[in-house]
Design a binder for this molecule. Sequence first.
Ligand code: ADP
Ligand code: MN
Ligand code: MN
Ligand code: MN
Length: 344
Amino acid sequence: MAKYKLEYIWLDGYKPVASLRSKTQIKDFASFPKLEELPLWGFDGSSTKQAEGRSSDCVLKPVSVYPDTTRKNGVLVMCEVMMPDGKTPHISNSRATIVDDADTWFGFEQEYFLYQDGRPLGFPEGGFPFPQGPYYTGVGYKNVGDVARQIVEEHLDLCLDAGINHEGINAEVAKGQWEFQIFGKGSKKAADEVWVARYLLIRLCEKYQIDVEFHCKPILGAYQEPLDWNGSGMHANFSTKFMRETGGKDYFEKLMAAFSKYTAEHIAVYGPDNHLRLTGLHETQSIDKFSYGIADRGASIRVPHSFANNGYKGYLEDRRPNSSGNPYEIASRILKTIQSVPTA
Ligand code: ADP
Ligand code: MN
Ligand code: MN
Ligand code: MN
């Protein structure tokens, strides 16, 4: 038997964006614990906007488990929040009832800013660095500073050690802005991994005295004046089995008609304050328009060249979800719209 450190992670009741919370319990296991071996646990929901003080217990139900190589015998346990009966999903539980399908694949491109002293890393106090241009995929101290790369590299290793399907990293368009990509089969699996990857990044940054800013448009002028600095998205790439294996132009056009029809429903779960980001500038379409186009980074949905060249088969990129969006809700909405379109 060995003593394992189980870090139970959950989403709190804050709005419009849930924050990550976690706490540790120690349990004996003969070897690295399987999901079925992990017990339910509880927490004080009155401290997380999930309960009143008079009846404050909420239940943590483990839903996925990952090795945590920062600790001896460390385990990351992603949880859903349940009511005291342990069976009914809590109202803040955005995972329990989503649409899922293991044959629908998602690739999330999580963009974010590293922040220190209330401003993006590398921004001078009270001013702006050299304008956008050299930073995207840039190299060199003047472009990326001296600590960001160390953070994103360490984060990559933590994710890979955890078994998270991390697919890549790039420096982004704004100074201090980065991206990582997570791919997963099924809404829950892909979204769990995004949340755990976010958790690992936020926790890793503590020792650097840096925070992760997930807001979709953190750099604005006075009175939210738009400035020439990119916002942060979380592009959602998706493909169903049918899209990968059969597809076709006719089906694609029906699919895009459905996405157009449900524009408002999609925007509703694509992250708060998206009107500040989806302006039609900075590689976005305006929030009130729906469009698609081959290789078009100014469209709501970008159709990769490979998709069009391959008989309208493969994956599509919805560019509207933002960096602080909830990947459970985003994946579920995409799948719901896809399921409204007959394949025959
Ligand atoms: P870009 O920055 O050019 O938009 P990225 O390389 O950052 O592209 O992201 C592409 C994403 O597409 C990756 O997250 C990848 O996992 C995802 N992806 C690739 N193939 C598929 C597929 N068949 N289904 C769903 N997602 C996919
Ligand atoms: Mn990308
Ligand atoms: Mn990007
Ligand atoms: Mn993209």
